[in-house]
Design a protein around this ligand. Structure first.
Ligand SMILES: [Mg+2]
Length: 362
């Protein structure tokens, strides 16, 4: 990490402690490989570096060895038989890394770029949002004007780091960058009364979307909040699976759904959630968990496929000093150009994996 990243639940990565990224390599019987990535954070969800690696090495790998790589239906059945889905899919971040690696391998084996596996065209360009994670309104304002000067089109502001400063934070950001799309993410920091009060202030300030204000399991509260404000409510931590999404639709708990490949158990689950949300008339926002350029590229391909509007919150490049991707997306501040190669399109450097302390023999 080149800079620290905090959300309302705590620090999710820092230059001193780094941040966990797990890389999975699958090899098919004809020697084609595929790579996937998991980025757990125990401040954001219940999976950790240890649970992801032990689940993959001790449970998913033995269950999948010998399975037909391109039969993802069967593979997800085998993974879910081994690690039973709970309300959040049953260790979706671990399963996502495997699902991503298999998509990469299938694409490489067939000579298809990722979206072509979904009978969709390759769309290489996308724009990233700029993420502001600070409790200081002055610093937030400086970051917002800096982002605007660099050509970013949208800001994602993390709330709840110091709840009493949130309004000042949003006002400073809006004053510094009045024309940028403004997404305010509370990461479950509030109760209904606090969220309703803040939402009314957001209407005055001109916030575009209020993300995950209440606890993940409080769909009823989010539905009540929607009746108290005109600010669109987005759900992120509440929606991991199509089952969660259907409950949210029935409860009328949100206007918008945050699609993330890793929380939704991989490209398979995230694509299904994105399509279902679209069919239900909900808006879509694209997000990530500060993954490296491997999962960034996989997510970007899916967001193009789902026609998610830019800018998307794939903020890894803002926070990571380096990654083990030897060749992958070209990133210049908020502008990304995806690699024109089969699969996800990234090559992984064994030297870099070794350098950053990862081991391939688990
Ligand atoms: Mg979020």
């Amino acid at each position: 990490m080149k800079t620290s990243f905090a959300i309302s639940g705590g620090t999710v990565g820092s230059p001193n402690e780094g941040a966990p990224h797990v890389y999975v390599r699958v090899v098919t019987d004809v020697g084609v490989e595929g790579w996937g990535e998991a980025r757990p954070s125990h401040r954001w969800s219940c999976e950790t570096l240890e649970t992801v690696t032990s689940t993959i090495a001790g449970y998913l790998k033995p269950a999948l060895l010998g399975a037909e790589v391109s039969d993802l239906q069967t593979i997800h059945g085998l993974m879910n038989k081994e690690i039973k889905p709970d309300l959040s899919g049953g260790q979706p971040i671990a399963k996502a890394a495997v699902d991503m690696a298999l998509h990469d391998a299938i694409g490489r084996e067939r000579g298809c770029r990722l979206p072509e596996l979904w009978f969709a065209g390759f769309r290489p360009e996308l724009k990233l949002s700029y993420l502001i994670s600070t409790a200081s309104p002055e610093e937030a304002g400086r970051m917002a004007s800096d982002a605007a000067a660099k050509g970013y089109r949208g800001l994602d502001v993390k709330l709840g780091l110091r709840p009493d400063a949130d309004l000042d934070l949003l006002e400073a950001v809006k004053a510094a960058a009045p024309n940028l799309f403004l997404r305010a993410d509370a990461n479950q920091a509030y109760n209904l009364q606090q969220a309703a009060k803040l939402a009314r202030a957001m209407e005055r300030i001109g916030v575009d979307v209020f993300e995950q204000p209440l606890r993940a399991d409080d769909l009823h509260g989010h539905a009540q909040l929607r009746r108290k404000t005109d600010i669109p409510i987005a759900l992120d931590e509440s929606i991991w699976t199509t089952g969660n999404l259907m409950q949210a639709i029935r409860a009328e708990a949100c206007d918008t759904v945050v699609v993330k490949v890793t929380k939704m158990g991989g490209l398979t689950g995230a694509r299904r959630c994105g399509e279902l949300a679209r069919e239900a008339g909900l808006g879509l926002l694209g997000g990530g968990l500060t993954e490296s350029r491997l999962a960034l590229a996989a997510s970007a391909h899916l967001f193009r496929y789902l026609r998610i509007e830019d800018p998307v919150d794939l903020n890894g490049p803002l926070f990571l000093a380096d990654d083990p991707v030897a060749s992958g997306p070209r990133i210049d501040e908020g502008d990304v150009v995806l690699p024109d190669r089969p699969g996800i399109g990234c090559e992984i450097s064994a030297e870099k994996l070794e350098l950053y302390g990862c081991r391939s023999n688990v």
